[in-house]
Design a protein around this ligand. Structure first.
Ligand code: PLP
Length: 406
């Protein structure tokens, strides 16, 4: 008889955003007079930079003429985009990355989710707790996670608690691990990592022959302090780290879809190159990203594109500042929101994340994300995002101050 992949059956259904939507819709029905403000979503709202739109229009025109029409492109991305990425995101920052170390894709979600295809099923995986759920769930799908216990998590996954007691930075695992997922600036905590702190991870990985999967989806938000934009700014990282980048939050590509992954050629284990394995995997399973979209992504690096991208990032960071200072005024313990669009707060009066969600919605009409949805370590915390408009962000913060300060 046909058998399904039992690893998928093991996954607990993901109720987080469904539950949030259900609660918000019930509340709306009961209180039609309340204007709901959503500070829960991790999706951008500012439109695409004009430079990107223009480039995509021109590319669409090219596709409509026989002389300039293009069919399948190179699986790992067009050379024009890979060159622009290498130049702008790395070489300008003093990091040497070759274009054949760059793999263009439709998203960091796909790449962080699929990278495990080239890893052995017996590798021990370590994740931060709380964490972007894709890292854990895709290891469950691959059969690398063991068994699930409510309130504890997966038996074979090594969880690294990131709590206020350790500044939301993971500590080196006591046991040896093979694969380490790191994401900075972090989702959900909004906290960044210093060069020295990241160096400890690179040193650990080199000493233990482990691989770091470094998710830098939010690097564009680094604007204060001396924080690395890329793990390759740390010496030795090219021998132990894969980096994931995305145009989603940087340039408003969440609906347009373009990202890339860097796999250095120096990443060789047992004589096998991870770069070659990923190239083989990608060219077998995908036919690249649309030419039009890649031309749009290239335009992000133009002078006009860079200016517009910076304006949008500053807009979101300013919203984050409004949230942080408002919450502090209202008496909350607040973290993140400086080099990140995410603000992470400690729920007051010992409330659970969901109890605080209900209270906030009921009393202020503001929707956020319960920290417990990101793992056991997120219980007692709550995430607000700066991706709404300035006007709505201000309105939400005023309501929070009015209710909680009283
Ligand atoms: N990585 C992290 C940490 C994220 O928070 C997100 C999206 O919210 C992604 C990756 C997904 O990025 P993309 O839109 O490129 O798939």
């Amino acid at each position: 008889m046909f058998k399904v992949n039992e690893n998928f059956v093991k996954l607990p259904a993901s109720y987080l955003f469904v539950d949030i939507a259900k609660k918000v819709s019930e509340f709306s029905k009961q209180h039609p007079e309340t204007e709901i403000i959503r500070l829960g979503i991790g999706d951008v709202t500012r439109p695409l930079p004009k430079a990107v739109v223009k480039a995509m229009q021109a590319a669409a025109e090219e596709m409509g003429k026989a002389e300039t029409f293009r069919g399948y492109g190179p699986e790992a991305g067009y050379e024009f985009l890979r060159t622009a990425i290498a130049e702008n995101d790395f070489i300008k920052r003093g990091v040497q990355v070759d274009i054949d170390e760059i793999f263009v894709s439709d998203g960091a979600k796909s790449d962080t989710g699929s990278i495990g295809d080239i890893f052995d099923v017996d590798n021990v995986v370590a994740v931060c707790d709380p964490v972007y759920p894709v890292y854990v769930d895709t290891n469950v799908m691959a059969g690398r996670a063991g068994e699930y216990t409510e309130g504890k998590g997966w038996s074979k996954i090594v969880y690294m608690p990131c709590l206020k007691e350790n500044g939301f930075l993971p500590e080196l695992p006591k046991e040896r691990v093979d694969v380490i997922y790191l994401c900075f600036p972090n989702n959900p905590s909004g906290v960044g990592i210093s060069r020295d702190a990241l160096k400890k991870w690179v040193d650990y990985a080199l000493a233990n022959q482990s691989v770091i999967l470094y998710d830098a989806a939010y690097e564009a938000f680094i604007t204060e302090g001396d924080m690395p934009h890329s793990i390759y700014e740390i010496e030795g990282a090219k021998k132990c780290a894969i980096e994931f980048r995305s145009f989603s939050k940087t340039a408003g590509f969440t609906g347009t879809r373009c990202a890339y992954t860097v796999i250095p050629k120096a990443l060789v284990f047992n004589g096998v190159s991870l770069n070659k394995l990923w190239d083989r995997r990608q060219s077998t399973k995908m036919n690249g990203v649309s030419y039009v979209v890649q031309r749009g992504a290239e335009a992000v690096f133009s002078e006009e594109g860079q200016r517009e991208v910076r304006e949008n990032i500053i807009y979101y960071l300013n919203n984050a500042k409004i949230i942080v200072s408002g919450l502090e005024k209202a008496g909350f313990e607040v973290y993140g929101g400086v080099n990140s669009p995410y603000v992470w707060l400690k729920t007051p009066d010992g409330l659970t994340s969901w109890e605080f969600f209900d209270l906030l919605l009921e009393k202020t009409g503001v929707v956020g994300t319960p920290g417990s949805g990101f793992g056991v370590g997120g219980e007692g915390y709550f995430r607000l995002t700066s991706f709404n408009t300035k006007e709505n962000t201000e309105k939400a913060v005023e309501r929070i101050i009015r209710f909680f300060k009283a």
